[in-house]
Each structure stands twice: as structure tokens, then as C-alpha cells.
Design a protein around this ligand. Structure first.
Ligand code: FE2
Ligand code: FE2
Length: 281
């Protein structure tokens, strides 16, 4: 699987930025908090893979790394535009981004590159299993009143799927798969999960307080919608991704053990249709 860098832009409608998700405002707000994490997170992914660029011998993997960097840079660029709209709508996206950047800079400075890469591999697994949910159930990111928003999330999910094994393959190529390498990989997932969930929860509660319609703590209906979206039946994104999450801890695990290549067949048609998106107001 060779990922391809695509320079695409999505004319998202700023005025719907807090109210774009068909499952409700609080579900949209949760996705918006994920968006705030992406640009700084993806820059960290890029730098942690770049640390090893000169150590990668396999020309195919080198090419995949170049495309991975290109894809993540494009995602970061589009989510910056998204996050600027959130800031304009009153969500303190800039402050939250700066805090996450501070945290990631700490790891850049104070941990060895193997730990940084293991964090990236862990979070890439996380994005890959969520992307798989987004691609397999239209309720996750589809059906927005802003079609550009649904398209943007779908594009991100497709490319996260396309490059889901790149950071992992770099890790295997440079760190191997002995006991030490596996221990660092597992520890990276535990650490990344704890930090990600606590930061995401903190950001979400602050976003609820900042949105004039949900402040200060959201509504019962909104929490029910979010509960159903993440853990319940409709569609239960985290609940359904949980087994795939745990597969990470299986010895010998590889991201393509979850074979969802079939979704990638649609990429060219999907890209061809983007011209038909209405221009943003
Ligand atoms: Fe990405
Ligand atoms: Fe990624």
C-alpha cells in the first residue's frame, strides 16, 4: 500500500462550525475537539518519523514516508482552517492547541526518539481504527448539512487508512521487534491513550462552556446523543473500535491485519466528486 499526497481543500461553512453534525451539537463539539488536536498532533507525527529518515534503507518505505509526511501536512493545513473557524465562533481553539503543543514539545525535548515514534505509532493506530469506523458507518461523519464538512472528514479517514502502517513499518525497520522494542511500543500506547483521553475530556468540557448553546455543562439530550455516538448503539464508535484497539497489544500485530483496503478503491471517485461541493459562504 503506497499512500499518495493529495493537495485538496474543503470549502467548509464557518457559520455551521458548531452545528454541523447530524447527531447533534454535542457530538459535533466532540469532533471539533478532535480537530483541534490534529494540526499539532500531526506535526509531532511528522517530526517523530523524520527523526529516522536517514536510517530507513528500503526505498519503498522511504517513498511511503514522504507521502505520509505530505498527507499529514495537508490534513494539518485543512484542520487549521477548521480550527480558525472554531476560534471565531468562540471556542478557545488557539489556547488549547498551544497547550497540546507544549505537551508534545516536552516529549520532543525530553524523551528518546524511540519513545516519540512509539507514541506516534500508537496514535496512528487510534486514528486508523476511528477512520475505519467513519468509513464503515455513514452516521459517523456523513450526512452533514455542510457537505464539505462530511467530505473533509471522509478524506481524512481515507488517507489515514491509506497510510496507517507507515509509522508502524518505520518503527519495525529501525527499532526491530525484540522484547525491548515491543515493550516501548506497548508503553507508548498506554501513555498516549491516558494523555489523549484526559486532554480530550478536558478540552470537551471547556468547549461545552464556551459554546453559548451548550454552556455550561451541555444538556441531558446532548450527553445522551454523545453517549450513543461513542458507546451506545448509534453508532457506538468507541464501543465498536475497542477490540481493534486491543489488537495493538497482540505480539506480532500489524496495522494491515485489519484489512480494510476495500474502502481505498473509492478514493479516485471521491476526489473527482469534490468539484461539486458548494462554495462556502
Ligand atoms: Fe492525518
Ligand atoms: Fe495519520
Amino acid at each position: 500500500m503506497q499512500p499518495v499526497r493529495r493537495d485538496l481543500s474543503f470549502p467548509i461553512d464557518k457559520k455551521n462550525i458548531l452545528d454541523w453534525h447530524p447527531a447533534g451539537r454535542q457530538v459535533g463539539l466532540f469532533m471539533n475537539c478532535m480537530s483541534i488536536l490534529f494540526p499539532v498532533g500531526e506535526r509531532f507525527f511528522i517530526s517523530s518519523v523524520r527523526n529516522y529518515q536517514d536510517d530507513i534503507r528500503d526505498p519503498k518505505l522511504r517513498e511511503a514516508v514522504r507521502a505520509f509526511i505530505g498527507q499529514e501536512a495537508m490534513h494539518g493545513r485543512e484542520h487549521e482552517i477548521y480550527n480558525a473557524a472554531l476560534q471565531e465562533a468562540g471556542i478557545p481553539a488557539e489556547k488549547m492547541e498551544a497547550e497540546v503543543k507544549g505537551l508534545l514539545d516536552f516529549f520532543r525535548k525530553h524523551t528518546p526518539r524511540s519513545v516519540q515514534l512509539s507514541g506516534t505509532v500508537a496514535l496512528e493506530h487510534f486514528t486508523a481504527i476511528l477512520a475505519n469506523q467513519a468509513l464503515s458507518d455513514a452516521r459517523v461523519v456523513g450526512g452533514s448539512k455542510d457537505p464539505a464538512m462530511s467530505a473533509m472528514w471522509r478524506w481524512h479517514a481515507l488517507e489515514e487508512t491509506e497510510h496507517k502502517a507507515v509509522a508502524f513499518d518505520v518503527y519495525r525497520a529501525v527499532e526491530g521487534n525484540d522484547l525491548r522494542a515491543e515493550a516501548i511500543r506497548y508503553a507508548g500506547q498506554v501513555l498516549a491513550s491516558v494523555i489523549l483521553f484526559s486532554k480530550l475530556a478536558d478540552m470537551y468540557l471547556r468547549a461545552l462552556r464556551a459554546d453559548p448553546e451548550t454552556k455550561p455543562f451541555g444538556s441531558l439530550r446532548g450527553w445522551r446523543q454523545l453517549g450513543g455516538f461513542l458507546l451506545g448503539r448509534s453508532p457506538g464508535v468507541f464501543r465498536r473500535a475497542f477490540r481493534e484497539y486491543l489488537d495493538y497489544f497482540r505480539p506480532g500485530f500489524h496495522p494491515w491485519d485489519h484489512d480494510n483496503r476495500a474502502f481505498l478503491k473509492e478514493i479516485d471517485d471521491f476526489v473527482a466528486q469534490l468539484d461539486q461541493l458548494p462554495k462556502a459562504a
